[in-house]
Ligand binder design. Structure first.
Ligand SMILES: Cc1cc2nc3c(=O)[nH]c(=O)nc-3n(C[C@H](O)[C@H](O)[C@H](O)COP(=O)(O)O)c2cc1C
Length: 337
């Protein structure tokens, strides 16, 4: 402003800045905050920002369209889809815990065919990237779901939920064993022309071994992680507080645990890692990016605020400017050791 020499005329700040700019003496950087580029690329998929809605906490997306502008989300992952409709677990399905929530929904869903007919037809009206979360109780059932989706338009990619009991292997979860996970991913890879993400189970002996098996067998990205097995008891009735004996723990209580798993996996594989567990604030998102996540998913926080995803998009843009980065990708994996 000192360069604006015409002291006899009362110039507005704007006019004075305009004059100074004309003379090339103003550094605009501190005056006009640079917009941070929030776009992230995960394999062949481009997302307008790194905030995605997590499976099972955002319906099939369309149910939230009257509350949230879906186009502002980086992406959304559908409720888990099986080859045939599933009625799910008995009520109660949710129980609040200290800093989190237990759920035993029992993978209720309308089945892949009804999803394509009733939900995907509506989802095609939005720009946001849609990932279909896929599960089954045998490898063949996973394949059936993917084959049906391959015939349909509007799906960006698949996310395999490997935290399901494999009835061909006596009910052991696919995701607790590197060999079983690898075989499932290899079979899915053969039929999936679209990007294939694998969502890992958190309670395993070595998540690194399972992550590497998924990568070697053709996964394009890893989602880390699903819920943690847990229980809650109603001491008056002496029964589980859920309709089932146990459920999956999610929410802020799990964030430090999953953050460490994201750090471990992102340092063990070359494919991108998407972090999910307990995110509620823009600071939480940056923590996940700094330990190595390329993007994040938000789950339980939707139960408190369905618009949380879009608030986080705005929040990270603001927070990233204070870190003086041009692109959100610059924050990925920058944790100092
Ligand atoms: C009610 C509920 C239903 C869920 N259903 C699924 C599902 O169908 N498939 C899946 O892969 N993950 C499912 N999840 C796990 C979430 O996608 C997410 O991985 C987990 O809740 C951790 O994130 P959060 O702490 O932000 O909720 C579900 C979680 C909740 C709370």
């Amino acid at each position: 402003m000192g360069h604006c020499r015409d002291s006899r005329r009362v110039l507005s700040i704007g006019r004075c800045l305009w004059e100074a700019n004309r003379q090339g003496v103003v550094d605009w950087a501190p005056i006009v905050a640079q917009r941070v580029d929030l776009r992230v690329q995960i394999g062949s998929l481009e997302f307008s920002n790194p905030i995605l809605a997590a499976s099972g906490t955002f319906g099939y997306g369309v149910e939230f369209a009257h509350l949230v502008d879906l186009n502002q989300l980086g992406g959304l992952v559908t409720k888990g889809l099986s080859a045939r409709p599933m009625a799910g677990a008995p009520a109660p399905r949710l129980a609040e815990t200290a800093g989190g929530m237990l759920n035993a929904v029992g993978l209720q869903n309308i089945g892949v065919e009804a999803f394509i007919r009733e939900k995907l037809s509506l989802l095609r009206n939005y720009r946001t990237v849609v990932l279909a979360n896929v599960f089954g109780s045998t490898p063949g059932e996973y394949i059936e779901v993917i084959e049906a989706l391959e015939q349909a338009e509007g799906v960006g990619g698949y996310e395999l939920n490997v935290s399901c009991p494999n009835t061909d292997a006596g009910g052991r979860e696919f995701g607790v064993d590197a060999e079983m996970t690898g075989k499932l991913v290899a079979q899915a890879r053969k039929v999936a022309k679209r990007p294939l993400w694998v969502k890992l189970s958190p309670q395993v002996t070595s998540i690194v071994a399972i992550a590497r098996a998924a990568e070697e067998c053709g996964a394009d990205a890893l989602t880390v992680a699903n819920t943690y097995p847990g229980m809650a008891v109603d001491i008056r009735t002496r029964r589980s507080r859920l309709g089932r004996l146990s459920g999956g723990l999610s929410g802020p209580a799990i964030k430090p645990l999953t953050l460490k798993l994201v750090w471990e996996t992102s340092h063990a594989v070359r494919i991108p890692v998407i972090g999910v567990g307990g995110i509620e604030t823009a600071e939480d998102v940056l923590e996940y990016l700094m330990v190595g996540a390329s993007a994040v998913q938000v789950g339980t926080a939707h139960f408190v605020n369905p618009g949380i995803g879009i608030e986080l998009v705005k929040g990270i843009e603001k927070l990233a400017t204070t870190h003086k980065v041009n692109s959100i990708n610059e924050l990925r994996g920058i944790l100092e050791r």
